[in-house]
Design a protein around this ligand. Sequence first.
Ligand SMILES: Nc1ncnc2c1ncn2[C@@H]1O[C@H](COP(=O)(O)OP(=O)(O)OP(=O)(O)O)[C@@H](O)[C@H]1O
Ligand SMILES: O=P(O)(O)OC[C@@]1(O)O[C@H](CO)[C@@H](O)[C@@H]1O
Length: 304
Amino acid sequence: MIYTVTVNPALDYVLQLEKVNSGEVNRTNNDAFLAGGKGINVSQILNQLSVDNTAWGFVGGFTGKELVRQLNQKRIESDFVTISDNTRVNVKIHAEKETEINAAGPNITDQEITAFKDRLNDLKKGDIVVMSGSLTPSLPTDFYQSLLPTIKEAGAEFVVDTTGQALIDTLEYKPLVIKPNHHELADLFGVTFDFSDVMLEYAQKLLDMGAQNVMVSMAGEGGFLLTKDHVYHAKGAVGTAVNSVGAGDSMIAGFVGTYYKTQDPKEGFRIGMACGAATAFTKDIAVKSQIDAVLPQIKVEQIS
Ligand SMILES: Nc1ncnc2c1ncn2[C@@H]1O[C@H](COP(=O)(O)OP(=O)(O)OP(=O)(O)O)[C@@H](O)[C@H]1O
Ligand SMILES: O=P(O)(O)OC[C@@]1(O)O[C@H](CO)[C@@H](O)[C@@H]1O
């Protein structure tokens, strides 16, 4: 089983309008509340790839109820801890530019945290836990890291989609894959580089520090996969990008779901690239037909 963990999920309030005039009343052409949060987006793609998964995390209040209703409607399995505070609403403005306002998130009590940690007792060898997204202010900054010993003791694999020191701190536990984008990779080492061999040298350092696989994503410019044996490259799919929300989550989901089925990181990278592009080319998280439409464009080439 794959478990996605979204400790701070959201209803994404997506507003479409021509232009935003700051300081004035603006009116939308279209608006929708969509179940969101990075781990939940991973679950949505896993469902599209027919990979069994359960969404874990914390939900509460009227917003939490709506989130679970949408997941049930999409037949996404979930087992959240119910909290007394409200799940957040994140505002996504699609005008000439995309502007996002992500709320800090609800208060989570110690009792609710304990109830969540009890979920980890269900883990078995071969399971994969994918932890994604921001922590709420009431969770300790090392929350993800604190779960890793239990996950590893159960014989499960894990992925933490985070950046900076929090990502570095996970490496000693040997994450199945990490996926910095090229900016995040440079920031991790406090350097700047263009798309070059230097970038791959830094990605290699992350393998040496413990990551089992490293994907470096570069939005429309393609991406790289480094495994312990090889380095692979794939060009970006060509299409009209209409949304950047969830492309990274979709790429991780494509990799993890495919790896779970095949144990093949190269195939995971190919499907991951397609899932990321399919989501970038649609207003919501991509569905199967959109992923299938992009897939023939993704050619993975072994470069070493
Ligand atoms: N404009 C695009 N054209 C084609 N593919 C894209 C585009 N944007 C994203 N993708 C696909 O999605 C993957 C992840 O995108 P990106 O590199 O932007 O990750 P990210 O920065 O983690 O994304 P996010 O914006 O979701 O945080 C890319 O490797 C690529 O496969
Ligand atoms: O505030 P976080 O947890 O970093 O990001 C949350 C979020 O922006 O991530 C998803 C897209 O990746 C959205 O569905 C959601 O609103």
